[in-house]
Write a protein that binds this ligand. Structure first.
Ligand code: HEC
Ligand code: HEC
Ligand code: HEC
Ligand code: HEC
Ligand code: HEC
Length: 217
């Protein structure tokens, strides 16, 4: 594959800076290496719950996918649209009510330990009051997908012509934890570009280019 691409590169005279570029490109990542990558995240955020059971649209949180190259990870403020009110799951609430009944006491306000991590990232402690002991810092989400710097990808170009998130990312709404489904290899991109140009997307004609400079600029 690399040999073939290299011959082609030289024959089309693609990229004058090839010498500096190629070794680095190859060192970054081999094709398919990260398929199935499913890192444990700092907060147990579930797509199955939010995008599946609660049916929150993907672009409610990843709104940038329709407007820019990057889909983006939502800021905690988007979570707080709901979690200012929802501080515990229904199951957690029910458990507290039952415990209070059993112990013959009033129910106490409860909040989920996973959500407390979200609040802490905003510097909020008990009762969602600012806690001087907490320094606000973004949640350190671990990146799942990563193309090399030498590849140009653009969400808007795909989402705009009707390629569904799931076509590339798989059934995220069933995933407790996000994992990489596509190989993100060059063949993965190019095969779809060829098929989409031949078959269209939802009956609409598209021209997904196979030019090297579409993805390597
Ligand atoms: C539709 C997008 C797309 C097009 C068109 C494309 N590439 Fe790529 N290319 C990629 C991606 C994505 C990778 C990264 C593969 C990886 O990281 O596993 C890549 C990697 C490469 C590499 C690094 C070695 C390798 O095989 O992984 C070379 C060399 C390369 N491309 C050359 C070319 C040439 C020459 C053309 C034109 C004939 C071309 N590419 C067209 C997406 C594309
Ligand atoms: C309530 C907000 C929310 C909704 C709705 C949501 N996501 Fe996410 N998404 C996140 C957060 C937070 C992360 C980072 C943590 C993680 O990976 O789980 C993330 C991560 C991802 C990632 C991995 C990003 C990376 O690092 O590579 C993908 C892919 C993704 N979401 C796709 C989707 C798709 C597809 C949908 C709809 C089916 C969706 N998301 C719905 C909040 C959301
Ligand atoms: C044509 C395939 C494709 C489609 C369609 C697609 N993605 Fe992606 N997505 C990717 C690739 C490739 C990456 C890795 C990009 C990179 O590393 O620069 C990615 C990365 C992401 C990330 C990580 C953060 C970022 O901005 O790179 C999130 C979140 C994400 N996608 C969500 C979505 C959502 C939500 C949709 C639908 C609205 C969607 N994607 C549609 C291929 C796709
Ligand atoms: C549109 C409303 C909404 C948004 C936006 C939302 N959530 Fe939720 N989330 C809920 C609801 C409702 C529940 C509780 C479901 C239940 O009762 O089981 C929940 C549950 C959770 C839980 C499970 C808590 C536990 O103890 O198991 C976590 C963690 C969580 N959300 C994190 C987040 C994060 C992080 C974001 C932002 C990226 C977010 N949520 C955005 C509505 C939302
Ligand atoms: C599921 C099919 C599919 C996959 C997978 C896919 N693409 Fe595309 N791509 C398309 C379609 C369809 C278009 C839009 C063509 C149009 O606008 O007519 C497109 C357009 C693009 C464009 C915009 C070209 C322009 O006109 O600016 C870029 C850049 C691109 N793709 C890069 C990539 C890269 C890089 C990958 C792999 C990491 C990839 N694509 C994977 C289907 C796909």
């Amino acid at each position: 594959m690399i040999g073939r691409a290299l011959t082609l590169l030289l024959s089309v005279g693609f990229l004058a800076s090839l010498g500096a570029w190629l070794p680095q490109a190859v060192a970054v990542r081999l094709p398919g290496q990260h398929t199935g990558y499913e890192p444990v995240q700092p907060i147990a955020f579930s797509h199955r719950l939010h995008a599946g059971e609660l049916s929150i649209r993907c672009t409610y949180c990843h709104w940038a996918a329709e407007r820019s190259r990057h889909a983006g990870i939502p800021a905690a403020s988007i979570c707080m649209n709901c979690h200012r009110t929802v501080q515990v799951t229904m199951a957690g609430l029910r458990a507290e009510v039952e415990a209070a009944e059993r112990e013959g006491r009033d129910t106490q306000p409860v909040s989920s330990p996973e959500l407390q991590k979200l609040y802490a990232s905003l510097g909020l402690g008990e009762g969602l009051e600012p806690d001087p002991a907490l320094t606000p810092a973004p949640v350190p989400w671990i990146q799942v997908h990563a193309l090399g710097d030498y590849v140009y990808f653009d969400h808007r170009a795909h989402v705009g012509v009707g390629v569904r998130c799931q076509t590339c990312h798989g059934p995220v709404e069933t995933m407790e934890r996000v994992r990489q489904v596509g190989t993100l290899s060059m063949g993965w991109c190019v095969n779809c570009h060829r098929d989409a140009t031949e078959q269209g997307i939802d009956g609409r004609q598209v021209h997904a280019s196979l030019d090297c400079s579409t993805c390597h600029r």
